[in-house]
Design a protein around this ligand. Structure first.
Ligand code: FAD
Length: 470
């Protein structure tokens, strides 16, 4: 063998620059590192690890068709990865390793240590960019600085995408049969229990499933996306995030599918489509921020002054929030959706994050960690970005005084209480008016808790705390 393609969060053969370049270099071996201890340290969710393993099995089949064997390196954490990868290179006479970039600080440290070790062996290392439309760090202000505000960043991205849209990386040709075979893919790993099997049909694995999902969305629901994306009872968004996070589909494939449904128009044409493309750019923005600010993966707020917020230590309130027992029906519906699906509607992510960080004044990093430990689409950059946006600690965050009121929001986004009825079934019999804020008697009858905080008083407290930061 000549080359290794090291798969990480890019579990696909299509539109994968690392795989294409490795195979262009010579006969290629694919590698994936299973590192349960590291994953636990990163709080990767069981539902996500299961999704990775299922997609790895699908990737193995796709690689089989290209005659590329997939080897598994078992390394509890990333400490031993450089040595184990170097040993694999030696065993198979590999002289080049290709991989797609990852931006977390531990990922970067792992890669630097690997490059140094491979260098000792005379093995070259090439990094590619397969998980963003544009290379993070390549879109800068007129002064050559990293953008901190989304709107001008997105404008600059659109200009770049208009003049130089990302081209599809062709699927490599099948190589000659390799002298080595693939390793077995485990169905589970130590420390991770298998999630409910119902999730397997909710989130089927493989590139075909991912592409079919985006195509179905682009041919139908995307038309109403601008209006329906904020209605959680409607299946109005693509639900492609787990596939993007694991790299089972590339952002380029998503963009091109959307453009194909819009006569190639990026900025005009169908509003649902242009709005959806803007959401892809939010994902891009958070990757760009993570790449420019390594401290983000070390839990630092983008606005340093917010490091001085006297966050409250309130384990009971935090437990009620995680369990979907806050007594705010829309919030509890969101938290229960997360626990059951491993996914939560974007509007709800904002609402629950704001209740935690503003009304409860609990450190947003606790919420960020809880999301990561339970999301199938947990993504370091987007999760951090979403939390810092909601907590008003982020680069381009919601102003601290714009605190969403869950009850008002509930009446606006779920007027008939359909979403609440689905996820908080004990309230299902209440009428459309009461379901958003049941009376004390209705709560007692349903076995549903009282609200854990007074919204008005806690809003005032949050405003005072943020105002005091100056
Ligand atoms: C507190 C909080 C935490 C979040 N954590 C994550 C996370 O861990 N992983 C994750 O992928 N997204 C996260 N998001 C962003 C967003 O909620 C999800 O991407 C979206 O709900 C996924 O559903 P979808 O695929 O149907 O999205 P669609 O509406 O169909 O959007 C298409 C794609 O665009 C991207 N996107 C959409 N909205 C955003 C956004 N606000 N920020 C960044 N990218 C976006 C996603 O990749 C998404 O799959 C978070 C948002 C908040 C407020």
């Amino acid at each position: 063998m000549n080359a290794i393609c090291w798969f990480r969060t890019d579990l696909r053969v299509h539109d994968n620059p690392a795989l294409a370049e490795a195979m262009a270099y010579g006969p290629t071996l694919a590698v994936f590192v299973i590192s349960p201890v590291q994953w636990q340290a990163h709080r990767e969710a069981p539902v996500k690890v299961d999704f990775w393993l299922r997609n790895l099995a699908a990737l193995q089949q796709a690689l089989d068709a290209l005659n590329v064997p997939l080897k598994i390196i078992h390394s509890d954490d990333w400490q031993d990865v450089p040595e184990k990868l170097a040993a694999l290179c030696k065993a198979h006479a590999v002289t080049a390793v290709h991989a797609n970039a990852e931006w977390g600080i531990n990922e970067r440290r792992r890669d630097i240590a690997t490059v140094e070790r491979l260098d000792d062996e005379g093995v070259s290392w090439t990094v590619h960019h397969g998980s963003s439309l544009l290379i993070p760090g390549s879109v800068v202000t007129g002064k050559g600085e990293a953008y901190k505000v989304f709107t001008p960043y997105a404008r600059a991205c659109r200009e770049r995408l208009q003049s130089a849209p990302p081209r599809t990386v062709p699927l490599p040709h099948k190589q000659a049969k390799a002298p080595t075979s693939s390793d077995a893919i485990p169905k589970s790993v130590p420390g991770y229990h298998a999630p409910d099997r119902a999730l397997h049909s909710m989130w089927p694995a493989g590139e075909d499933a991912a592409l079919a999902r985006v195509e179905a969305f682009a041919n139908d629901a995307i038309a109403h996306y601008k209006t329906e994306r904020d209605v959680p009872a409607v299946d109005g968004t693509s639900r492609i995030s787990p596939y993007l996070a694991a790299g089972v589909i590339s952002p380029g494939q998503c963009l091109r599918t959307a453009l194909a449904a819009n006569h190639g128009e990026l900025d005009s044409g169908k509003q649902g489509i242009t709005t959806w493309i803007t959401e892809l750019l939010w994902r891009e923005f958070y990757q760009h921020l993570m790449a420019a600010n390594p401290s983000l993966s070390m839990h630092a707020p983008m606005k340093p002054a917010t490091g001085g917020i006297p966050w409250r230590d309130d384990p009971d309130a935090f437990d009620a929030w995680t369990a979907g027992r806050t007594g705010f029906p829309i919030i509890d519906a969101g938290m229960r959706q997360l626990m059951e699906m491993g996914w939560m509607h974007n509007r709800l992510r904002m609402l629950v994050a704001m209740l935690l960080s503003k009304n409860l004044l609990i450190d947003w990093r606790k919420g960020e960690a809880w999301f990561m430990a339970n999301l199938i689409d947990g993504d370091l950059a987007s999760n951090n970005g979403g939390w810092q946006w909601s907590a008003s600690t982020g680069a381009d965050a919601v102003p601290y005084f714009r605190i969403f009121n869950p009850e008002t929001q509930s009446r606006n986004i779920d007027p008939q209480g359909r979403y609440i009825r689905k996820w908080v079934p004990e309230l299902a019999d209440l009428n459309d008016r009461d379901i958003h804020a049941p009376s004390a008697q209705q709560r007692r009858d349903a076995g549903y808790p009282e609200a854990i905080v007074d919204l008005k008083a806690t809003r005032k407290r949050a405003l005072e705390v943020f105002k005091a930061l100056g």
